[in-house]
Design a protein around this ligand. Structure first.
Ligand SMILES: [Zn+2]
Length: 115
């Protein structure tokens, strides 16, 4: 992978991270800045509904941070199963990918061996 490609993927990740964090903060502010009690209660209920969504979002933020961390290390872009390169096209489409295409489909089929 070239430096240019790494930079491109990092931009992509940082941008995604910003969007995710902004959304999370907006949700919290909506609850905190509520002027009256009735509204607060409904906001809080709404917030409760958002919790599972938040959990998924936080998980995704963690994955993104993880990918960013791996990006500065040498093992980014390497399949965690077989150690082969994942491929730039796949990483651009999904910067969080940790497996190459064949290992990913094997994993999805519940197989552990690398095709
Ligand atoms: Zn693999």
């Amino acid at each position: 992978m070239t430096k240019m490609q790494i930079k491109e993927i990092r931009m992509h990740l940082v941008q995604g991270l910003h969007t995710m964090t902004d959304q999370a903060i907006t949700d919290v502010l909506a609850v905190e800045n509520c002027p009256d009690d009735a509204d607060f209660a409904s906001q809080l209920a709404q917030h409760g509904l958002n919790v599972s969504m938040q959990c998924r979002r936080i998980k995704r933020i963690r994955e993104m941070e993880n990918a960013l961390r791996r990006l500065v290390q040498s093992d980014y872009g390497m399949c965690e199963e077989c150690g082969e390169e994942i491929g730039v096209a796949r990483l651009k489409a999904n910067p969080l990918a940790r497996l190459c295409v064949s290992c990913q489909s094997a994993a999805e089929e519940g197989l552990t061996r690398c095709a």
